[in-house]
Every structure is written in C-alpha cells, then in structure tokens.
Design a protein around this ligand. Sequence first.
Ligand code: ZN
Length: 346
Amino acid sequence: MDYFSIIYKDPLFSIIVIIAIITLVAIADYTKNRYKQKIKQQSLSDFAKNFENYGTDENIGSLLDTSKYPASTFTFIANIYVANGNFGEAIKMYLTILDKTQNLGEKIQTLELLGMAYYKAGFMQRAKNIFIEILKHHPRNTKVLLMLVQTYEILGEYKNALSVVSCLEEIDEKVDEVKKYMQILILINDSLMPLNEREIEILNINKTSKITNKIVLNYFKTYNIQRFWELIYASSDILNYIDILWNIKNPPIDKIKDNKHIADVYRAKGIICDDIECDIFELEALRLMNKYSGKVGNLGFKYKCSFCQGIYPFEVFRCPNCSELGGIHLVLEIMEDTYETNHNLL
Ligand SMILES: [Zn+2]
C-alpha cells in the first residue's frame, strides 16, 4: 500500500479536505459579495454627485465626521426641513449624508428621501432619475414604484407610468383603478389615434372604472358634445359635474328638462325659468336671487379631497397633498357676479 492510498482512505483527511473546500467557497463568496457591495456603493456615490448643484453642507459634513450620533439623527432634521417646506436646506443635508455615509442601506434610504424632497420641491426630472436608480437596486420597492408612477404622471409620460403600474401589478399590488386611469390619460393625449377609435376605447375602459368619469366627460365636452350629454344623462353623480354643466354654452334645454338634477343647474343660472325648487341649497339660493333680487349671483367652485380634506381652487384628479385618486369632490360657493352687475349698469 503506497503512501497516497493511505492518505485517501484516512477519514480524518477527507473531513479536512471537505472543511478546506467549504472555507475556500465561503471566502470566495464573501469576497465576491464585498466587491459587489463596493461597486454598488461607488455607483450610488457617483450617481449622487450628479445632483450636487445645491452643494453639500460643509458644517454638517464635518459634524457627521466627528459626531458620535448616527446619520439617522441628521436625516431626522432634514425631514423636519421638508415638513416645513424648506426643501433647499433638506436637499443639501441629504446630499451631505449621502456623501459621508458608507452604509449601503443608509445610502438607499437617504436617496429615497432625497427623491421625495425633489418631488415635493417640483424637480420632477431629478426625482425621476433618483427613483429609477433606487429601483435598479431594489426593483420591488413598492413605495418608490408608486412615487415613480406619480412622477411620470406629472411629467406627462403616461406610457412610462403605465409600465410601472404593470410592475406593481406583478408584485400583487391592487392597482386596477390606477391602471384604468393611466390608460384613459394615454388615450386622451394620443393625438395620432383616430377620434372614433379613441372614443370606443375610452368608453370601454370608463365603463368599469370608478374614478375616470369626470376626465372622460371633460374630454367629450370638447370632442363630442352629443356623447357628453348621453354620458351625463346616464350619470348618478350630477353634483360632482355642476362645474362642467355651469360653463356649457347653449345647453339643449328641451331634453334637459326631463332630468331634474341637470335642469336645476340651469334653473340656478336663470336659463330655465319655472317655479320648481332646486334640490341643492346653493342652486336654490341662486335661483331665488335671479328671480327676486337685483343682485347678480354666480357660482364658484372648489375641489376638496375626501381623504385628507385638502381644498384646492383648481380641478385636480389626484390629490396634490395625499396623492389619492378618486377622492376629489366639488364644493359649491355662491358669489356676487361683479362683472354682470357692472355690465348691467352701463
Ligand atoms: Zn388628499
């Protein structure tokens, strides 16, 4: 029996060989992961440098170098700046933290906050680039995916927004209504598609959507007034559409008289003159004013979010404060029509 066959048959030797192999594989794996993490960190640092026109804050930077407090303390202060609308200071702090921190998790978290600050400050292109960069590292980050949808929406890049919605769908997020909303926005803005084809697709999607009816009504008011009236006669939510009805010139009064809710709008406006009371308080007040007073009244509109109670002087479909869709309701406001009053005096 030669020397090597003794070694091969020795169980202790086999165990040593196996342990050595496992150790080598573990070391190789660890080195590979360290290298990957370093590359990621470097790419994030390089990426963050693209946004440094706000400049990093030297004082915060040196404080971060010497302080025993973790970077999260400084992130907390930057978040307070964001809450108070001081985006410039917040962005500077986030950029400084990004510059100083070596921890990959902290870098991603800070980058997310920086993206949100840019979004709130209205720098949509920068916010978009940051959200895309984060998703390269964490493609299933739902919060960032939702933020990217909203950013694309504000930038008018509805097709890109829809593809992000599809990603959310794949990870089982409930985005059915958002998907229909994006599809409607794409169709409405697709000027190359023939009008009749567009109309069929818009009506088809709108049939099952809970949040797109007003967008579709506004579209048909411009492109097919007959279809607009058909849709609004079939609608059960006239209160929310009074602003559209109020501004329509030459409404088909004979047809409208059959629909009490729609007719009330034109009673308040003084176009239908009968003695039928309006159901809505503001409309009835205007009807009586038109009939019995020398004052000329008008209707003003505000838009209130039922989720966060935010009120806006202009129409929005997604709440600018809480970003919810489908929660905006019309608020009526009686006001004196000074133009009409002055005009009558001339
Ligand atoms: Zn809201």
